[in-house]
Design a protein around this ligand. Structure first.
Ligand code: SAM
Ligand code: SF4
Length: 344
C-alpha cells in the first residue's frame, strides 16, 4: 500500500492530555538526522550519523504522523537535521497534505536551513504548506561559512526568495551567538522586517556534544532585548504558540520579533508539543532524557492499536518542565542528544 492509498485518519481516538492537563496538539517530526551544513552550535564537524537502516521509512513516518493526527494533533512541523535532504521527502509532504484537505490537520509546515529551498518551494506551496521557518544567523557570507562550516549564503537567500515567490510566508529563526552575530541582530531584524518576514531569536541550548564550550556561545536574550529596547519601541504581544517563544511588535519596523528563551524563561506550563525522531523515538520534552520507542509497536502490528497504547503511556509520563543549565562547572550537555536528532 502506498502512502496515498493508506486509508484516512479513520476514527478519531481520545485526545492526548498529559498529567498536567496540557493538551498535545503539536507534533514535530525529525525526518532525518543528516544535514548538508554543520552549524557549530548544533553539530560537531565530524558528526556520526545514524545508520540508514535505523531510520523509519517515509511510509512509516506517514503512518506515525497520521496516528498522531487521529489523536488530536492539529499542527505538524517537519524538521531534522535538514528535512529537505531526506531523499524523496516531498512524497511524505504530499501524502501528509491529505490531512489538510480533510481538515483533520490545521497546519503542515517545516523548519529548514534554506539551502535546498529553491528546488522545493513551489511543490511545498502546492502541497498546502503556507508558512515555513528558515534558519539564518547572519547576512554576512563569510560569517555564514564560519557558522555553518561550509554553507553558501547565496543559496539560502535564493531559497528564501523562491519560497516567497511561491507564496509561502517565511519566518526567519536566528540563534544569538556571543561575539559572533550579536551585533548583527538589529540589521538582521531590519532586513527581515523590511521584507515582511518575522524574526525569532533563539538562545543556544545545551544539547549534544559539539566539541566546543557552550558558555562561549551563550548570550542571554534578555541582554539582546535590553540593547534593542535602548533604540526601538518593543510592544509586548499576548500571543503564544504554546511554546517557548514570546513576541513583541517593533513599532519602528512594524514587524514581529520573537524570543525563544529556554534558558532564562520557563515556558513549560503551556507546552502543547511532543517530538518524534527519524527512528521513531518519542520525546515529550526537549529538555529531558525521556524517550519512548514507537518503532517497535509501529512495526509489530499493521493496525495502530499497539502504537496508540505506547503513545498514551508516553504522554502520561510527559514531565512538568525542563532543567537546562549552562555554566562553567557544568559544561556537559544537559541533554546528550543533539538538536538535529530531536528536531529543533
Ligand atoms: N536544519 C534545519 C534548520 O537549521 O532550520 C532544521 C533543524 S535545526 C536543528 C532547527 C533549529 O534549531 C534551527 O533554527 C537551529 O538554529 C536551532 N538549533 C540547533 N542547535 C541548537 C542549539 N544547540 N541551541 C539552540 N538552537 C539550536
Ligand atoms: Fe543543520 Fe539545522 Fe543543525 Fe545547522 S542547525 S547543522 S542547518 S540541522
Amino acid at each position: 500500500m502506498t502512502m496515498l492509498d493508506r486509508a484516512d485518519v479513520g476514527s478519531r481516538s481520545a485526545p492526548m492530555v498529559d498529567p498536567f492537563g496540557r493538551r498535545i496538539e503539536y507534533l514535530r517530526v525529525s525526518v532525518t538526522d543528516r544535514c548538508d551544513l554543520r552549524c557549530f552550535y548544533c553539530m560537531s564537524e565530524d558528526m556520526t550519523f545514524l545508520p540508514k537502516s535505523d531510520l523509519l521509512t517515509l511510509e512509516e513516518l506517514d503512518r506515525l504522523c497520521s496516528a498522531f493526527i487521529a489523536k488530536g494533533v492539529r499542527k505538524l512541523r517537519l524538521t531534522g537535521g535538514e528535512p529537505l535532504v531526506r531523499r524523496n521527502v516531498m512524497s511524505l509532504v504530499r501524502s501528509l497534505s491529505r490531512h489538510l484537505q480533510t481538515g483533520a490537520l490545521g497546519e503542515l509546515t517545516l523548519t529548514t536551513n534554506g539551502s535546498q529551498l529553491s528546488r522545493f518551494a513551489h511543490e511545498l506551496a502546492d502541497c498546502g504548506v503556507r508558512r515555513i521557518n528558515v534558519s539564518l544567523d547572519t547576512l554576512n557570507a563569510e560569517k555564514f561559512r564560519t557558522i555553518t562550516r561550509w554553507g553558501d549564503l547565496a543559496k539560502v537567500r535564493e531559497g528564501i526568495d523562491a519560497a516567497r515567490a511561491a507564496g509561502l510566508k517565511v519566518k526567519i529563526n536566528a540563534v544569538a551567538l556571543k561575539g559572533c552575530n550579536e551585533d548583527e541582530i538589529p540589521s538582521l531584524m531590519a532586513w527581515a522586517h523590511g521584507d515582511g518576514m518575522d524574526l525569532t531569536l533563539i538562545e543556544v541550548m545545551p544539547m549534544g556534544d559539539i566539541g566546543a564550550m557552550r558558555i562561549d556561545q551563550y548570550i542571554p536574550l534578555s541582554m539582546i532585548r535590553a540593547r534593542l529596547a535602548e533604540r526601538l519601541t518593543l510592544v509586548d504581544l499576548d500571543e503564544t504558540s504554546g511554546g517557548p517563544a514570546r513576541y513583541v511588535r517593533v513599532a519602528e519596523t512594524g514587524g514581529k520579533l520573537g524570543f525563544i528563551t529556554p534558558m532564562t524563561h520557563n515556558f513549560c506550563e503551556s507546552c502543547n508539543r511532543v517530538r518524534i525522531t527519524c527512528t521513531g523515538t518519542l520525546h515529550t520534552c526537549l529538555g529531558h532524557e525521556d524517550a519512548s520507542d514507537l518503532r517497535r509497536p509501529l512495526r509489530a502490528s499493521p493496525d495502530d492499536e499497539l502504537l496508540g497504547h505506547a503513545v498514551d503511556r508516553a504522554i502520561g509520563l510527559k514531565p512538568k518542565g525542563h532543567d537546562f543549565i549552562i555554566d562553567r562547572r557544568n559544561n556537559r550537555p544537559s541533554v546528550s542528544r543533539h538538536m538535529s536528532v530531536t528536531g529543533g
